[in-house]
Design a protein around this ligand. Structure first.
Ligand code: 5AD
Length: 465
C-alpha cells in the first residue's frame, strides 16, 4: 500500500520539487515506482504556465480517478502550480481527488499520505479531499533532499522560491508566491553532500536566479548575492561545472558578466529569456528592459567569452503583436543566433493583465510565427554544431544514451554529445573529437589522454622526441 508514482509536468523546478517529495516519502517508508500501474498512490506535480499543461494534468486526473471505482484504496493527489492556481475549484471539479497540495507545502505530503492511508484502514474519519494550499514562511528551505540511490552526475539545486516580477502574461507570481532565498551556507552544504554522492555539475534553479538573496544578503565588493553564491560554489572541490536557470535581463549586471570570465567552473552557456524583440511588446508585457539593453548584455557576455552559447524563451502572439513587432523578434533571433530556444504560443492565463488585453492574436498566426522561429532555431543550432566538427570538446559523461550503444554527455556549451564509451567513464570529464553533427546532437570519439590530447604539431616537435 505504499508504492508511490510521481508524475511531473513543466519546468526543472517542478522536477526538482518532485525529487525532493520523493526523497521525503522514501525516508518515511514509502517506495517510489516508475509507472502509474505499479503504484498505490499517484501524485501529479503540475504546471500552470500555459493552459495546455493544465489541461493535460486535468485529463490525466480524470483518467486515473476511474481506477478508484474498482480500487477504492487507490490514492490520487495533485501538487504544485495548478493546485495553487485553481485551488478548491479543482477539488470541487474532481471529487475523487484525495489530496491537493500547493507549492509551499511539498514537505507536508508525507504527513498527508500517512493520514490518508491510516483513515483507509478505518483508523480515522473518512476524509474528503485534503486541501493544503497556504503560504508557509521558510518553505524555500524544505526543498533540499535528493534521492540518494540515484547518483546523478548533473543535479538541480533549488536556491530560492517565488517571483516578484509582474510580467503581464505570467501566472507564476500567483502560483509560487513572492521571492524567498535560501541561505548561502545551506545551499553549499547541500552541494557538498551531492559531491559525496557523485555529482560533478550543479544547475542552480530559481524563477529569477540573479535576484537571489537581494533582500536577505548585502552586496559585497560590488558583487550581488547571486555572484557571491557562484564564487562560493566555485570553491567546492569535486564540482566541475556550474550552470543556472533562469536569469532575468533586468539585473544582469557586469558582476555577473565578469563571473563568466573569473569563475572557471561557470559554463559558457546562458539561458536569457527575451520574450520579444520588440520594445513595444516588451512594454506591454511589462518586461523592464529594452531590446537594446538585451543586446548589450549579449555583447558584454561575448566580450568576456567570444564563443558564449545563448538560449532564450520567446512568446509569440502576445496580445497586440503586429507583423512588424514579430519581425523585430525575428531580427533579434537572427542577431543572437540562439543555440537553443523555447518558443511559446501565448496562452491566456486568467487573472493576469494580458488575459483581458484587446487584440488577442489568432491561433493560426501564433502557429505560423512559432514555426518560423523554430525554422531559424534549427538553422542556428545546426550551424553551431557544425562549427564544432573537428574540434575537441570537453564532455561530462552522464550515462547511457537511450538508443544504440552510445553514452551521452554535454559540452560546456550544453550541446548534447553521443560517444562510444563505457560505464567506467560515467561522471568523468572526457575529451571528444567531434566528427559529425546534427541540429540536436554531436557525435565523435574519445580522445585518449596523453596521446591525442597533445596536438599533432606538438608531437612532432624535435625536443619531444
Ligand atoms: N503563454 C505562453 N508562454 C508563457 N510563458 C509564461 N507565461 C506564458 C503564457 N501565458 C513562457 C515564458 C516564460 C516561460 C517559462 O514560459 O516565455 O519565460
Amino acid at each position: 500500500m505504499n508504492r508511490v508514482y510521481i508524475k511531473t509536468y513543466g519546468c526543472q523546478m517542478n522536477e526538482r520539487d518532485s525529487e525532493a517529495v520523493g526523497a521525503m516519502l522514501r525516508r518515511r517508508g514509502y517506495s517510489l515506482v516508475n509507472n502509474e500501474s505499479d503504484a498505490d498512490v499517484v501524485l501529479l506535480n503540475t504546471c500552470s504556465v500555459r493552459d495546455q499543461a493544465e489541461q493535460k494534468a486535468i485529463g490525466k486526473t480524470g483518467y486515473l480517478a476511474k481506477r478508484k471505482r474498482t480500487d477504492p484504496n487507490f490514492v490520487l493527489g495533485i501538487m504544485g502550480c495548478m493546485a495553487q492556481n485553481r485551488g478548491e475549484e479543482l477539488a470541487d471539479r474532481l471529487p475523487d481527488l484525495d489530496l491537493l497540495v500547493g507549492t509551499q507545502k511539498f514537505h507536508a505530503v508525507p504527513d498527508h499520505l500517512d493520514y490518508i492511508l491510516e483513515t483507509q484502514k478505518g483508523l480515522g474519519p473518512q476524509p474528503t479531499t485534503i486541501v493544503d494550499l497556504d503560504a508557509e514562511e521558510g518553505s524555500q528551505n524544505t526543498i533540499r533532499e535528493h534521492l540518494a540511490d540515484k547518483p546523478q552526475v548533473s543535479t538541480f539545486v533549488s536556491i530560492m522560491q517565488g517571483c516578484n516580477m509582474n510580467c503581464a502574461f505570467c501566472i507564476v507570481p500567483k502560483t509560487r508566491g513572492p521571492e524567498r532565498a535560501r541561505p548561502i551556507e545551506a545551499i553549499l552544504d547541500e552541494i557538498e553532500e551531492l559531491v559525496d554522492g557523485g555529482t560533478k555539475e550543479v544547475t542552480l534553479l530559481g524563477q529569477i536566479v540573479n535576484s537571489y538573496g537581494r533582500r536577505e544578503i548585502p552586496i559585497r565588493g560590488g558583487k550581488s548575492p547571486f555572484v557571491q553564491l557562484l564564487e562560493r560554489i566555485q570553491e567546492i572541490k569535486g564540482i566541475e561545472r556550474i550552470r543556472f536557470t533562469s536569469p532575468h535581463p533586468r539585473g544582469f549586471r557586469q558582476d555577473l558578466v565578469e563571473a563568466y570570465r573569473d569563475l572557471s567552473k561557470l559554463c559558457e552557456y546562458v539561458h536569457l529569456p527575451a520574450q520579444s524583440g520588440s520594445n513595444r511588446m516588451l512594454k506591454l508585457m511589462n518586461r523592464p528592459y529594452s531590446r537594446e539593453r538585451y543586446l548589450e548584455i549579449v555583447d558584454n557576455l561575448k566580450s568576456v567569452f567570444p564563443d558564449m552559447y545563448f538560449s532564450t524563451d520567446i512568446i509569440v502572439g502576445f496580445p497586440g503583436e503586429k507583423e512588424e513587432d514579430f519581425e523585430e523578434t525575428v531580427d533579434l533571433f537572427q542577431t543572437v543566433a540562439y543555440d537553443m530556444a523555447f518558443i511559446f504560443k501565448y496562452s491566456i492565463r486568467s487573472g493576469t493583465p494580458a488575459a483581458t488585453m484587446k487584440d488577442q492574436v489568432p491561433q493560426k498566426l501564433k502557429e505560423e510565427r512559432n514555426q518560423r522561429l523554430l525554422g531559424l532555431l534549427e538553422k542556428s543550432s545546426l550551424a553551431r554544431n557544425k562549427s564544432l566538427i573537428g574540434t575537441n570538446q570537453e564532455i561530462l559523461i552522464e550515462g547511457k544514451a537511450k538508443r544504440g550503444n552510445l553514452y551521452r554527455g554535454k559540452t560546456r556549451g550544453f550541446r548534447t554529445c553521443l560517444v562510444p564509451s563505457s560505464e567506467r567513464l560515467v561522471g568523468e570529464l572526457v575529451s571528444v573529437r567531434i566528427d559529425r553533427a546534427t541540429a540536436s546532437s554531436l557525435y565523435g570519439d574519445l580522445v585518449l589522454g596523453g596521446v591525442d590530447e597533445i596536438g599533432s604539431d606538438e608531437l612532432l616537435l624535435p625536443e619531444e622526441i
